[in-house]
Design a protein around this ligand. Structure first.
Ligand code: C5P
Length: 411
């Protein structure tokens, strides 16, 4: 952490009393720490304690109080430029709502907005278990995650209310470890750091005529979550996406394509150079043989559409990959899935296949959660519980990192 500039945003939750300890841990590791304290936070931890341990002034409001000798009237901007990372701990339901709405009503909210793109933002929600699980809090967390923030779920245990449940802020040591990982320093540096990762995502569209196409229900959410998580681990990520309605994950190079042929051409350019190829796209297996020029007329009672097979992008990569390159695929299945997934793993010469159970409610296309089973080329099978697509993406990447020593590669 030597020389890293860290801003810690503290909100009004009881866990705020632990943050001076986090400041000390960071300072011991050579980081420079500045604190942005919300109004609520002042009730749980003193400005004086924070200023003493950080050896810096504590920031609260955007405007300096009348009569203060503070002359930097654009501090809210310069702090965002200065910081290498922003840690918000504890993050309350109120601040999660402010941040997800884009409000800019105190220094913490302003720094959140002015922080330079691709700088990590780690958010540690901590509150009563019922509050944490409420739809509003969960919706705001989902918004912030989709924006690229790393939201670390609270731990279970005894809460301030005396009840047991999920809501406890992780200990300062755990917060420090998560920050080291996000900044790619210390022992926590990911094996994907600096590696070239290509992810395909979303559906493809195959033209029937000038205004119609064949496609599927894929939203691209799983592939985007994987690209986002890989970029957070320090990988150089190229995301090749079919038509979707999703914002680009921060720090990711995005190539938009429409058809399988276009996705194949875009992916091919990386076949030799990438360290890891993750096929998360729901690629159309067939395309109309001769798309009609213009709009087809409806004069005929029956029409016949001849479909021809599309290239299997992942299989092409899998079969030609060289020593040290890894290929990972997805297998979305409705029935007898595992056997089919194992077959695809072998047929496409993959190192890992992610069997994606499809029920359209909790798992599969478009929904925000997924139930995955990971199958390695060594036959090891790991069943994951129902997870958010962001958490599922982290688990997939953990499994990929596990593969590195076994395959003798370091993607
Ligand atoms: O064979 P199936 O389409 O079920 O295989 C799924 C996996 O193969 C996914 O990872 C998908 O992205 C990839 N795939 C591909 N090109 C195709 C078809 C599938 O890359 N034409």
């Amino acid at each position: 952490m030597n020389g890293k500039n860290i801003i810690i945003g503290i909100c009004g939750g009881i866990a705020a009393y632990k943050i001076p300890q986090l400041v000390r841990l960071l300072k011991k590791r050579g980081a420079c720490v500045r604190v942005a304290l919300t109004e609520g936070g002042t009730h749980f931890v003193s400005e004086l304690a924070l200023a003493t341990v950080s050896e810096e002034p504590v920031y609260r409001k955007i405007f300096p109080p009348t009569g203060s000798d503070e002359m930097d009237f654009t501090r809210h901007i310069s702090l965002g430029e200065w910081a290498d990372a922003l840690v918000i701990a504890p993050a309350t339901a109120n601040t999660l709502a402010r941040l997800s709405a884009g409000l800019c009503d105190d220094m913490l909210a302003a720094v959140f907005i002015t922080l330079r793109p691709a700088k990590p933002v780690l958010i540690f929600p901590a509150m009563d278990g019922q509050m944490f699980l409420s739809p509003s809090v969960q919706r705001n967390i989902a918004t912030l995650s989709a924006q690229g923030c790393l939201v670390i779920n609270p731990e279970s245990g005894v809460l301030a209310s005396g009840q047991c449940g999920v809501g406890r802020m992780p200990e300062p040591e755990a917060i420090l470890a998560a920050l080291e990982k996000a900044l790619h320093c210390g022992e926590k540096r990911s094996l994907l750091y600096g590696k070239s990762v290509v992810v395909t995502a979303g559906p493809t569209r195959e033209k029937i005529d000038g205004v119609r196409f064949i496609s599927n229900y894929s939203s691209g959410k799983m592939g985007f979550a994987i690209a986002r998580a890989a970029a957070r681990r320090g990988a150089i990520v190229t995301l090749i996406s079919g038509p979707v309605h999703l914002p680009s994950p921060p720090g990711v190079d995005r190539l938009d394509v429409e058809s399988t042929a276009e996705m194949n051409a875009a992916a091919e350019g990386f076949f030799r150079s990438c360290d890891l190829f993750i096929g998360a796209a729901a690629v159309s297996d067939y395309r109309p043989a001769t798309p009609y020029d213009g709009k087809m007329k409806k004069d005929d009672e029956h029409i016949e559409l001849t479909l021809v097979k599309n290239p299997d992008i992942l299989a092409r990569f899998g079969r030609q990959k060289s020593e040290g390159q890894l290929a990972v695929g997805f297998a979305l299945e409705t029935q007898t899935g595992l056997e089919n997934a194992r077959k695809k793993l072998v047929d496409k010469n993959l190192d890992l296949i992610v069997f994606n159970f499809f029920d359209r409610k909790t798992s599969g296309f478009d929904v925000d959660t997924n139930i995955l089973t990971l199958i390695g080329s060594d036959g090891v099978t790991v069943e994951l519980p129902q997870l958010s697509k962001d958490d599922a993406a982290e688990r997939v990447l953990d499994a990929i990192e596990e593969l590195c020593p076994k395959t003798g590669s370091n993607p």
